[in-house]
Design a protein around this ligand. Structure first.
Ligand code: CUA
Length: 331
């Protein structure tokens, strides 16, 4: 093997790393919280330390292959310090020192990012393939979005309704599993207002990749306003088309799976739709929440996200228009 071949893997790592681009979107390397910064630093230190170890090892391998053989009858040249010292020192003692040092550093980081004293708890339950989000202390249920006030640590209680999922907002923290029947505790804090994308990080079936969510970080006073707005039900349908849409919602069976606060729709099988019109995305961060996308989603959810549990809804054009008009009032 030539020396070039020895460094090829490292070259590809750098190439793929560069492919990640300069966009800070859903990136653990662009931290926006103290915990994520510590995790990102750990990542860089590990990359550099293990990268150097890899380069040294590959360099020595390359040297061993490339160096000319000793002429017949002459003794093989010995490494500095002798063969045994080289193998014990370089093959056992040196890796032990590196591993123990890195383990110690990782343990220190894991202690540093333990859950601090938190302002309140948000319960997040993973479903195939969306996220149920509840604020038990504020009596709020939403889906696929988590609103938090900037600068305040929030405790998360994670669970799963089916298989193992993993909660991950790379810019804000590490990962935590969401398990069925066994709540796990986690926390989030963002230093600055902004919108961060989160993603299920444990393969959980066909639409694992489209099991996204948004963390919306707002200034604390804006968060208080949001809480107040969410605690009241959406306006009663009054206008003709909206009333029709409300009826379509119940006649076509949408309420069998979805809840809307202040109405007879109380099922918890699918995402809560109380604040649907405020939501940034549809289908768990799959599509931007536009009228057109909402219509497509209602008519053909299977085409957009194959395998999801929402059945297609057969509607006339008038019914669809009315339903959209009603859903747009859910703020
Ligand atoms: Cu849920 Cu992957």
């Amino acid at each position: 093997m030539s020396r070039t071949a020895a460094i090829l893997p490292f070259f590809f790592i750098i190439l793929f790393g560069a492919g990640c681009g300069t966009d800070h979107f859903q990136s653990a390397l662009h931290p926006d919280s103290a915990a994520a910064s510590k995790i990102a630093r750990l990542w860089w230190v590990m990359l550099i330390v293990y990268g150097l170890v890899f380069l040294i090892t590959m360099g020595l391998c390359g040297y061993a292959f490339a160096r000319p053989a000793a002429p017949r009858g002459t003794p093989e040249p010995q490494p500095p310090g002798g063969f045994l010292a080289f193998v014990v020192g370089g093959g056992i003692i040196f890796p032990l020192i590196v591993f123990i040092a890195m383990l110690f550093y990782a343990l220190v980081v894991s202690v540093q990012i333990r859950t601090p004293e938190t302002a309140f708890t948000v319960q997040v339950t993973g479903h195939k393939w969306w996220w149920d989000v509840r604020y038990p202390e504020h009596d709020i249920t939403i889906a696929n979005e988590i609103y938090i006030p900037a600068g305040e640590p929030i405790r998360l209680e994670l669970q799963s309704a089916d298989v193992v999922h993993s909660f991950w907002v790379p810019n804000l923290h590490g990962k935590m599993d969401a398990l069925p029947d066994y709540p796990t505790s986690f926390w989030l804090q963002a230093d600055n207002p902004g919108v961060y994308r989160g993603q299920c990080a444990e393969f959980c079936g066909k639409q694992h990749a489209l099991m996204g969510f948004k963390v919306i970080v707002v200034p604390p006073d804006e968060f208080e306003q949001w809480v107040e707005a969410r605690q009241s039900p959406p306006p009663e349908p009054e206008e003709g088309k909206v009333v029709d849409g409300h009826n379509v919602f119940f006649e076509t069976g949408c309420h069998a799976c979805h809840a809307i606060r202040g109405t007879d729709a109380v099922s918890e099988a699918g995402p809560d739709l109380t604040a649907l019109a405020n939501r940034r995305t549809l289908g768990a961060a799959t599509l931007p929440n536009t009228r057109e996308n909402l219509a497509d989603w209602i008519l053909e959810p299977e085409r957009i996200k194959p395998g999801n549990l929402m059945p297609p809804t057969e509607l006339t054009e008038d019914q669809l228009e009315a339903l959209l008009a009603y859903l747009e009032t859910l703020k």
